[in-house]
Write a protein that binds this ligand. Structure first.
Ligand SMILES: *[C@@H]1O[C@H](CO)[C@@H](O)[C@H](O)[C@H]1NC(C)=O
Ligand SMILES: *[C@@H]1O[C@H](CO)[C@@H](O)[C@H](O)[C@H]1NC(C)=O
Ligand SMILES: *[C@@H]1O[C@H](CO)[C@@H](O)[C@H](O)[C@H]1NC(C)=O
Ligand SMILES: *[C@@H]1O[C@H](CO)[C@@H](O)[C@H](O)[C@H]1NC(C)=O
Ligand SMILES: *[C@@H]1O[C@H](CO)[C@@H](O)[C@H](O)[C@H]1NC(C)=O
Ligand SMILES: *[C@@H]1O[C@H](CO)[C@@H](O)[C@H](O)[C@H]1NC(C)=O
Length: 921
């Protein structure tokens, strides 16, 4: 045995050549256009230390440009060596297909000595950043989150950048009720509370602006709707990436958001009306080409050169050279001041313009899905382009261009269009008389909604959007705008290869590369691919888009109606139920597929923001699946589960918004002193009290808290020692329980971060309580990563407690009885749990148990089995509203758990599948 493991260890060392440079490539195709990017890289334990490692990046060809690289550490191994790094590179002139990043053991040079093009000036009044291509200023107080944007030639192309918010105090329930004049309409604008800038700015500067929306003109309203704006500025870049987050802290019955936007003034003084250009985005790089005062199509021709200059966005020849029949009559040609693009549905946008307020709007032929990047500016003065990532997917969105004929034009990007019906965050039903736990539990039996009065609140949910700004010295060719618009939905990202990520173990050791070495594993790979493509298609077929909804998927299908159960209690929005987030991210890690990354990224941006609470008593808790993302009364850590955000956090180079979500999760343990997740089913009479020990589950609850603590420890965040203490204390507590994880519940003391036996078994005699849900919200991933992180330092007995849980969940009644003096009862989700069996088999090197894992994977009551069709069918014609691909045998619970079981079984006991007597190819 000993000899064998020695040789295995040696072979493993030979396999993993960590010394050389790391090959990285673009996610998907190499982009044609690049404005600076940030990316993350993993490193094996024990190789590099923060203070004596220098990172460099190089292209492949021998005349590759020298690329400046800013590097920072996002995660550490237990021994203090580097686990994950973040890196930023500036825009590239020539874009190569792949690059190499080298880590060498030498003290990093002082970042300020670097080849930076960035100048950051931080004063009492504000911060300004000069990228070399533009300068942007950020006042530290007032209403303008951006003072001005100036090009390197000194042209101010944007100023007075503000957030705007419109609300109304009620909604007319029908057209008749619009005669009711008691509805108040309010206007708000950004009010700055805090502005800060990153300290290392050699390639990338990050300016963070925090504030709230402040009422305009009416004094009697508190500031509300907090925002965080993160401006990412790269050396030598003429573009700005802005990550915009809002938090809902209003009352859903009184604070209806009717418009939410970002607005800039664009100076146009001195630019002739006919040289002021409006570029509004259509479909697939299409653009509307207009000037405030059009001189084409007139009865008299100013001259071909004049017309083509205007169309192309160039300054026209001097008006003195035009045909005089036109130049003498310019005053009779209307100036169009205002343009409005409204994407109120994912299927179509409308366009209109008017000469000025008080005059009629004229429709402009429009299209389906606007790319969302617009421009306003002048041929000689230059201008500003503003765009929103996933513009049509986040409907109702819009773009307004106004005052194009004034000395300052204005461009407003609407994250929520004022042309749409108000954002309605009220509950979708009136409570149905569900005023006792008994009735609520009975209702759960029919609609599967876990309702409770007062719990269906959006107070504390958030939404994050990504905005793109670009400064131009002159009106750009529409081809240039089209190129930029192509990348706002899928900004170029660099990634390491799956094999390298796997070998570092920094993203866990429970997944492996796709395995097509034998017919059985090939079938499983095909099934995984099918599931991923199926969900991608369902998003489109069922229009899972919208301001709040985009990114989420649904829980269960309704075969009769050929639709997902969007209107049925606990079957509608999925809210991370049974970990689809883990499935899509792990599937990305092993395949490196761009489509999977983008899908998982949108899911993470949704589930991390909309499905969880960021302020208030429930900060750190998320909401169970439901018809509205916040409707259900089950508020739990299992939905906030930081493990769901972890892969994106590290792969993105430490996305600062997601980092903030990970910090918020650290306070989730406090909520147990206020809200008992098991209040409706608890039989022991226990009630929570802040600061007092709480009984919580060793599965869903501990897994969520432990993941957050481990990430904080890895990041060496400000609270990492507290996190490590709580993690160690609770893990020791679990290890000391007579039945370990099988105990099901423990008493957690928040004051000292320890875990005692549960109230039902204070003397630790050995309670047996196993739930099918315990290990399907990240517990296996978290424990596996945790045990590796700790290595020899893991609390005594933790590994064996986990291996016992892994073995006995799917063991026979007899085995359970023999080990625990009790059987676990009839447990579901056997397929998903086959990965626990596989984990045991791998760690105990036991072929018999490996075979059991494959049996559980293939033969089970509630998983996706090989005899299912594994194809979808088209339903069309009058049977459905719009044609859909349908696979009614799929539920998201099963898809997610099938995916995780398949990925992890192949990684842990893949060799045993060929020998297994179960499964077919
Ligand atoms: C790096 O060195 C500095 C200065 O000696 C020290 O303060 C810092 O803690 C070190 N960082 C790490 C991660 O070791
Ligand atoms: C008018 O609107 C207010 C505010 O939404 C509401 O309270 C009131 O009931 C409405 N009155 C009528 C007659 O609809
Ligand atoms: C156009 O030509 C006139 C007459 O030659 C001249 O006065 C004026 O400055 C020119 N305008 C521009 C913008 O060059
Ligand atoms: C932690 O707190 C609990 C509850 O107050 C207490 O019972 C336990 O003894 C404490 N443990 C340690 C190690 O202080
Ligand atoms: C493997 O596990 C089975 C089932 O628990 C057990 O009977 C057997 O002894 C184990 N084999 C080895 C080699 O440990
Ligand atoms: C429905 O789909 C089937 C199979 O793809 C196709 O043959 C048929 O023409 C479609 N019918 C309609 C009404 O689109």
């Amino acid at each position: 045995m000993r000899r064998l493991s020695f040789w295995i260890a040696l072979a493993a060392m030979a396999d993993t050549a960590f010394s050389g440079p790391i090959k990285i490539n673009w996610l998907g195709e190499a982009p044609e256009h690049h404005t600076g990017t940030t990316f993350g890289l993993p490193w094996p334990q024990g190789e590099y230390r923060f203070n004596d490692t220098t990172f460099t990046i190089s292209g492949q060809s021998k005349d590759s440009e020298q690329i400046p690289l800013q590097s920072w550490v996002t995660g550490y191994w237990r021994d203090g060596s580097i686990k994950w790094t973040g890196h930023a590179i500036p825009p590239l002139d020539t874009i190569e297909g792949e690059y190499r990043v080298s880590a060498s053991a030498s003290s990093p040079s002082n970042p300020s000595d670097g080849p930076s093009g960035l100048t950051v000036v931080d004063t009492a009044d504000g911060i300004s950043v000069d990228t070399g291509k533009l300068t942007i200023s950020f006042p530290k107080q007032g209403n303008s989150v951006v003072g001005s944007i100036t090009t390197s030639s000194g042209k101010v192309v944007g100023e007075n950048g503000k957030l705007v918010l419109h609300t109304q105090s009620g909604v007319a329930e029908d057209a008749f009720a619009r005669a009711n004049t008691s509805i108040d309409y309010l206007n708000f604008q950004s009010n700055i509370l805090d502005v800060s800038v990153s300290s290392d700015n050699s390639v990338r500067a990050l300016v963070t602006v925090r504030g709230k929306h402040q009422v305009v003109d009416k004094g009697d309203r508190d500031d509300w709707l907090p925002f965080v704006l993160r401006f990412y500025l790269y050396a030598n870049s003429d573009s700005i990436r802005l990550v915009h987050t809002i938090l809902f802290d209003g009352k859903p019955e009184e604070d209806f958001v009717t418009g939410l936007g970002l607005q800039f003034d664009v100076p146009l003084d001195g630019e002739e009306f006919y040289n002021r250009h409006i570029r509004l985005p259509g479909v697939d790089g299409g653009y509307l080409h207009e000037a405030a005062q059009g001189i084409t199509g007139l009865r008299r021709d100013p001259g071909e050169e004049v017309r083509s200059a205007q169309y192309e966005g160039k300054a026209t020849p001097n008006v003195s050279t035009w045909d005089e029949r036109v130049s003498s009559r310019l005053q009779w040609i209307p100036v169009w001041n205002d343009y409005r693009l409204s994407q109120l549905s994912p299927d179509g946008f409308t366009l209109k313009k008017r000469t000025k307020p008080g005059q009629a709007w004229i429709n402009i032929p429009a299209g389906t899905r606007s790319s969302g990047l617009a421009y306003l500016g002048g041929a000689t003065h230059g201008g500003l382009a503003v765009g929103l990532r996933d513009f049509w997917k986040k409907y109702p969105t819009g773009i307004d261009i106004s005052n194009a004929g004034a000395s300052k034009g204005r461009i407003t990007l609407w994250l929520y269009s004022p042309e749409a019906a108000p954002l309605d965050l009220r509950p979708y039903h009136d409570g149905l008389g569900l005023d006792t736990y008994e009735k609520q539990l009975d209702a759960l039996e029919i609609t599967y909604e876990d309702y409770e009065p007062g719990f269906n609140t959006p107070y504390g949910i958030a939404r994050t959007n990504e905005i793109f700004l670009q400064a131009f010295d002159a009106t750009p060719a529409t081809d240039d705008l089209a190129l930029a618009s192509k990348y706002i939905d899928e900004p170029p990202v660099l990634v390491a290869e799956p094999a390298y990520i796997k070998d570092t173990k920094a993203a866990g050791s429970y997944w492996a590369l796709p395995d097509t070495s034998n017919p059985k594993s090939t079938t499983i790979e095909n099934h995984l691919d099918f599931l991923v493509r199926f969900y991608q298609g369902q998003v489109e077929d069922h229009r899972w888009y919208g301001f709040l909804d985009h990114g989420d998927i649904m829980h269960t299908y309704d075969e009769d109606r050929h639709t997902w159960r969007y209107d049925i209690g606990g079957y509608a929005w999925d809210n991370s139920e049974l970990s689809p987030d883990l499935f899509f991210w792990q599937y990305f890690l092993r395949t490196g597929r761009a489509d999977v990354y983008r899908f998982a990224e949108a899911l993470t941006r949704h589930t991390g923001e909309v499905d969880v609470y960021h302020i208030g008593d429930w900060k750190g808790l998320g909401t169970r699946h439901g018809v509205q993302h916040f409707a259900d009364s089950a508020k739990q850590v299992r939905i906030t589960q930081p493990q769901y955000r972890k892969y994106f956090y590290y792969l993105s180079g430490g996305d600062e918004r997601v980092g903030e979500l990970l910090e918020e999760a650290l306070d989730a343990d406090k909520t147990y002193g206020i809200l008992d997740p098991r209040r409706k089913v608890r039989g022991d009479g226990w009630t929570p009290e802040p600061g007092k020990p709480v009984a919580f589950s060793l599965g869903t609850d501990w897994a969520g808290l432990a993941a957050g603590w481990l990430i904080e420890w890895e990041r060496r965040g400000p609270r990492w020692q507290e996190a490590k203490r709580k993690l160690t204390g609770t893990a020791q507590g679990i290890a000391r329980l007579k039945n370990g994880f099988v105990t099901g519940e423990g008493l957690y003391a928040i004051t000292n971060g320890t875990l005692l036996p549960p109230p039902t078994d204070p003397d630790n005699q050995g309670r047996v309580s196993v739930s099918h849900l315990s290990a399907v919200f990240g517990l296996p991933e978290v424990v596996s990563e945790l045990l590796e992180y700790w290595g020899d330092d893991a609390p005594d007995g933790l590994e064996s407690a986990w291996l016992d849980y892994c073995y006995y969940y799917g063991a026979t009644r007899e085995e359970q009885n023999a080990r625990y003096g009790d059987a676990f009862g009839r447990l579901n989700l056997v397929q998903g749990h086959s990965r626990l069996t596989a984990y045991y088999a791998k760690h105990r090197n036991n072929d018999t148990v490996a075979e059991r894992a494959w049996k559980e994977f293939y033969i089970n009551r509630d998983g996706l089995t090989a005899d299912q069709p594994w194809v979808s069918g088209r339903v069309n014609g009058s049977a459905v509203l719009t044609p859909v691909d349908e696979a009614p045998w799929i539920s998201t619970n099963e898809a997610a758990q099938y995916g995780l079981a398949a990925i992890q079984d192949l990684a842990l006991v893949g060799d045993a599948v060929t020998k297994s007597s179960y499964g077919t190819s």
